[in-house]
Ligand binder design. Structure first.
Ligand code: PLP
Length: 409
């Protein structure tokens, strides 16, 4: 009989959002008609901006005619988009990234998950804790995680706690990991690292021969000057870091799907024989073999984001979410909560009062205020005692949520 990949059976059921839904259902069934405000939304809610919609329509019309129809496209993405990315997302910030270092894809979830394909299963991995669960789960699937302990930690993964005790700034690892995942602005905490703080990580990776996997999915939310938009703003980062970007939270592409990954040519690892090998060629080989390329339509849609109208419209949408984040942050602080995030991020992370567990606080918020959020413990052991609210609801609902929490309604 054939064998399955046993690593998959090690993964516990992912129960965070289904348990949230179950508890809300139980509550509404016994309290019908309750006006519940959902502040746990992890998806954007505003529609695609007009510049994108127009470009999508035009691209559909092209596909309707024989002379302008597109079939299979380049697996690494069309030049018309990678040129815009290189120019607007990098060169305009003084970073020299070539179009052949940009790999357009269907999103950062796929790329952060698939990157393990080109890395040895012998690599030791470090993640910040709490963390976007995809980094951990895909390393479990890849056989790099070891066994799950009763404390919720995988035996071979090094967890770098980010809590109020260290002001949400992870300490450098102690177990000499080969691969380190960082995500800034962070999901779930909404916190950022400054240029100087990120330099510590780039320097560490250069010194220790470690690979930095930098997830910049929330880059578009950065509003403060000392927070880098790209890891490549840090000197030497091209030799150690891969950067993941996404149009999901930037431009509402969660449904139509698009992102990209930068693999600089300078970035090299070693093979079993100790020879130096460039990751750029390996990722190109991986993508051209296993990925068909993102759709022509979506890439034309994304191209429109780099026009003056596109830039303005997208900024308007993000400013809308950031205003919600501001309302939440200020309102929660006024209600007496310890809160971080929500400045360069759509996420607000609060400490549960009186040492309440994350799930107990979930029930408390639901029963007392009819507000739904996400328990921090769902993002890792160090998320216990914390709670995530998001800025993706409307201004009106966000205001009502804050009013409930501050006792104004
Ligand atoms: N990375 C982080 C940190 C995220 O929070 C998310 C989505 O929630 C993603 C990546 C996924 O991005 P995409 O929609 O491009 O796959």
């Amino acid at each position: 009989m054939f064998r399955i990949n046993d690593n998959f059976t090690k993964l516990p059921a992912s129960y965070l959002f289904s348990e949230v839904a179950r508890r809300v259902k139980v509550y509404t069934e016994s309290n019908p008609g309750t006006d519940i405000i959902r502040m746990g939304i992890g998806d954007v809610t505003r529609p695609l901006c007009p510049a994108v919609v127009e470009a999508l329509h035009a691209a559909v019309d092209e596909e309707a005619k024989g002379e302008s129809f597109h079939g299979y496209g380049p697996e690494q993405g069309y030049g018309f988009l990678s040129e815009k990315i290189a120019e607007f997302d990098y060169r305009s910030r003084g970073i020299d990234i070539g179009t052949d270092e940009i790999f357009i894809s269907d999103g950062a979830k796929s790329d952060t998950g698939n990157i393990g394909d080109i890395l040895s299963t012998a690599n030791r991995v470090a993640v910040t804790d709490p963390v976007y669960p995809v980094y951990v789960d895909t390393n479990v699937m890849g056989g790099r995680a070891g066994e799950l302990g009763e404390d919720g930690r995988w035996s071979k993964i090094e967890y770098l706690p980010c809590t109020a005790e260290n002001s949400f700034v992870p300490a450098l690892p102690v177990n000499n990991p080969d691969v380190i995942y960082l995500c800034y602005p962070n999901n779930p905490t909404g916190t950022t690292l400054t240029r100087a703080q990120l330099k510590v990580w780039v320097d560490y990776c250069r010194e220790h021969g470690a690979l930095l996997l930098f997830d910049a999915a929330y880059e578009a939310y950065i509003r403060e000057d000392d927070v880098p938009h790209s890891i490549y703003e840090i000197e030497g980062a091209k030799e150690v870091a891969i950067e993941f970007r996404s149009y999901s939270k930037t431009a509402g592409f969660t449904g139509i799907r698009l992102g990209y990954t930068v693999v600089p040519k300078e970035l090299k690892g070693v093979d079993e024989a100790g020879r130096s090998v460039a990751l750029n060629g390996l990722w190109r080989r991986r993508q051209t073999t296993k990925f068909n390329g993102a759709s022509y339509l979506t890439q034309r849609g994304a191209e429109a984001l780099y026009t003056p109208e596109g830039q303005r419209q997208v900024k308007e949408s993000i400013d809308y979410y950031l205003e919600n984040a501001r309302m939440l942050r200020v309102g929660l602080a006024e209600a007496g909560y310890e809160v971080v995030g929500g400045v360069n991020s759509p996420y607000v992370w609060l400490k549960t009062p009186d040492g309440m567990s994350s799930w107990k606080f979930f029930d408390h918020l639901l029963e007392r205020y009819h507000i739904v959020g996400t328990p921090g413990s769902g993002f890792g052991p160090s998320g216990e005692g914390y709670f995530r609210l998001t800025a993706f609801n409307t201004h009106e609902n966000t205001r009502r949520c804050v009013d409930r929490l501050t006792g104004k309604s």
